[in-house]
Design a protein around this ligand. Structure first.
Ligand SMILES: [Zn+2]
Length: 440
């Protein structure tokens, strides 16, 4: 009775807060640092635009400390200022080292959100840092980096415990408490090697969240094939322990080795799975209808096909052939489908040109170019404007090394100055005269 009264009292004061699960997509960081996989700066920008349209809470959009990322990062922050990317946070990934934080802010002055990363397991402290750092020095470096980030004007930041799943629990709590005290807003629990199971991650994240009382990010890998289950279980643990949870995803699950948690699968699991759906609701702004477009775009940009059996967006995700299943699905879609293809943005007819095709490339002329833009119903003010956009489109083709998509062509025509900044890459000065090569 007393409890009930207190609850009502809190509600009346508007104090009761429902914890939520948010999505932080890391395609433009974990996805592109993957072996044999890369995206051009224009492609990374397009991924940010689709993620924003989808209502994703944050995109980890790159490495502010890295020279060749600078123009792309600054240009995307301009898009956010202009309201083209509206609502989604853009955050940089930086090592938890004071100097790196200072330089990152110098290279990308408008940066407001970051994640600072350092390894916390003894395996990595001993065998990666090899005596350079011990447990105390890891905490010291992280605290210094967090305080520096705050001092240079970073608004919100997360601290990543790399290899958290193999980190001694007592030390992990000590590390997280120190991060919180220094001013961190979240702790990223990284299952860097995909070592956790849904059971172990639940227990560990619950204990961590209860002890530190700080929102938790769940960052999982798929080495044992449990990435989505682990992500959902870890996030549930954080919410059950009374804090907000943030799941790290990538488009089509692309990431180091066996990959990260697939963006669409995570959203589907949070919406529709037994005992999770509706109870652990993610941020309600998410628009799953963009799923089909972003998955197809990422597949094209990465040059990696979507597996036929991929949840939601695979070719077979809504295909039925056997007599019993086809009959059942036709009688009532709920017989064999948990969710509707329309909800993922599927089912629209797609026009595929089967006759003559005019494409624009790095050597295109003005006639073909005008033809392509006319098909997109984009008109130019005059000849000068058309020539300027054509020149940019040529550069974009050199930059992407594959035919541009309609959305990319639209983006270049709409924001030519930003597009130009994204393609521009100037390496730092080179002083060497060249290395002499010897034949064997
Ligand atoms: Zn990772």
């Amino acid at each position: 009775m007393v409890e009930k009264h207190q609850k009502l009292h809190e509600q009346s004061k508007g104090k009761e807060k429902k914890n939520k699960i948010y999505i932080i997509d890391v395609t433009n960081r974990d996805g592109v640092q993957t072996s044999r996989i890369c995206l051009s700066k224009l492609q990374k920008t397009m991924i940010n635009l689709y993620l924003d349209e989808m209502g994703i809470w944050q995109s980890e959009f790159g490495f502010p400390f890295t020279h060749h990322e600078r123009n792309y990062l600054n240009a995307n922050l301009k898009l956010a200022k202009m309201g083209v990317i509206s609502g989604m946070r853009l955050s940089g990934w930086i090592r938890a080292i004071k100097k790196d934080v200072e330089l990152a802010k110098q290279y990308v002055p408008d940066l407001e959100y970051v994640n600072l990363s350092i390894s916390t397991s003894d395996q990595m402290i001993v065998y990666k840092f090899r005596g350079k750092l011990d447990r105390d020095k890891v905490i010291k470096s992280m605290v210094e980096a967090v305080k520096t980030a705050k001092a240079v004007g970073i608004k919100a930041l997360g601290v990543n415990a790399e290899d958290a799943s193999r980190t001694d629990m007592k030390y992990l709590i000590e590390f997280a408490l120190a991060a919180k005290e220094a001013g961190a807003d979240r702790i990223r629990y990284c299952d860097t090697l995909g070592y956790d199971s849904p059971f172990s991650i639940y227990e560990r994240v619950y204990e961590l969240a209860k002890a530190v009382k700080i929102p938790i990010e769940i960052h999982c890998h798929n080495d044992l094939g449990m990435v989505v289950a682990n992500s959902v279980s870890g996030a549930k643990a954080a919410v059950d322990a009374g804090v907000d949870a943030f799941i790290n995803t990538t488009v089509n699950g692309i990431g180091e080795r066996a990959g990260n948690a697939d963006l669409v699968s995570v959203i589907l699991a949070l919406k529709y799975s037994s005992q999770i759906g509706s109870k652990y609701l993610l941020n309600e702004n998410i628009n799953l209808k963009i799923a089909w477009r972003i998955a197809k775009y990422a597949s094209y940009a990465f040059g990696i096909p979507i597996p036929i059996n991929q949840p939601g967006v695979g070719e077979n995700a809504f295909a039925h052939e056997s007599g019993i299943h086809a009959d059942g699905a036709l009688k009532d879609r709920r017989n064999y489908e948990l969710y509707d293809f329309e909800d993922l943005g599927r089912g629209e007819p797609e026009i595929i040109e089967t006759g003559r095709q005019i494409t624009v490339g790095e050597y295109s002329g003005i006639k073909g170019f005008r033809n392509v833009y006319e098909r997109l119903e984009i008109k130019f003010k005059d000849e000068k404007e058309a020539q300027e956009i054509l020149e940019l489109v040529r550069y974009a083709n050199v930059h992407n090394q594959k035919p541009l998509t309609e959305d990319e062509l639209r983006f270049i025509a709409r924001y030519p100055k930003i597009a130009r900044e994204i393609f521009t890459m100037v390496p730092p000065e080179v002083t060497t005269e060249g290395v002499e090569l010897y034949r064997h």
